[in-house]
Write a protein that binds this ligand. Structure first.
Ligand code: E4P
Length: 230
């Protein structure tokens, strides 16, 4: 499963990109508004940092408007994936944009029939919102599992399942086990994926013990050793 960052914050994107595991970024109008920066410049900068798929959402609510915005967004950078809401106008826009060869991330998916429609409309990604499903006493992970199974049974559907609205690290591992192709993860959850008290305490103890080892300049000594100065 690939990992995307769900953020429009350039510092956070640069930091997680530096880990070497970031395959893409998703944004939405709320995340863009939170940063208070120019939309177009932000999307372009994210694309340059990530060098992978970056979802940028249309805000028009009619098909013609979505297609117009989507075509322009796709021209901003080769990494832009046009994000479209899962409403009737969005479905029609997805088909038109997909026919143009533009990748579409169909967002705000809350049930499998919606995902089936998005898949048949040629979406590159479907974004089921697992956290928001859990919020209303549904089972977000069951939705991921069901969509992954439906897509795997239909050779005409090439859509990737992008697990979205991730709230905690368990959602990430559960998404991978449920068959998601991608999980898009908020910054704070991304940091938690790596955090473990035993990693920190173990690392601290190794360094304390290492401090007692003689001739600790291993870089200098290895360089000399490899140069034949043993
Ligand atoms: C998906 O791409 C959305 O940006 C996002 O995952 C929504 O998450 P939220 O429910 O935490 O707002």
């Amino acid at each position: 499963m690939k990992l995307f960052l769900d953020s429009a914050n350039l510092d956070h994107i640069k930091e997680i990109h530096g880990w070497g595991v970031l395959a893409g970024v998703t944004t939405n109008p709320s995340l863009i508004a939170k940063e208070g920066k120019d939309f177009i410049a932000t999307i372009h900068q994210i694309c340059e940092i990530v060098q992978g798929p970056v979802s940028a959402e249309v805000v028009a609510q009619d098909t013609a408007g979505m297609v117009k915005e989507g075509r322009l967004l796709a021209k901003l950078h080769e990494h832009v994936v046009v994000k479209v809401p899962l409403i009737p106008a969005g479905l029609a826009a997805t088909r038109q944009l997909a026919d143009d060869g533009i990748r579409v991330n169909v967002t705000l998916c809350f049930q499998s029939n919606q995902a089936l429609l998005a898949g048949l409309a040629g979406a590159a990604y479907i974004s089921p919102f697992v956290g928001r499903v859990d919020d209303v006493s549904g089972e977000g992970m069951a939705l991921i599992r069901e969509i992954a199974e439906i897509y795997s049974m239909d050779p005409d559907i090439q859509t990737q399942v992008l697990s979205a609205s991730i709230r905690h690290p368990l959602h990430v591992v559960q998404s991978a086990l449920a068959g998601a192709d991608v999980a898009t993860i908020p910054y704070d959850v991304f940091k938690k994926l790596l955090a473990h008290p035993q990693t920190d305490s173990g690392n601290k103890k190794f360094l304390e013990d290492w401090a007692t080892v003689p001739n600790k300049d291993i870089v200098g000594r290895m360089t000399d050793w490899l140069a034949g100065k043993r």
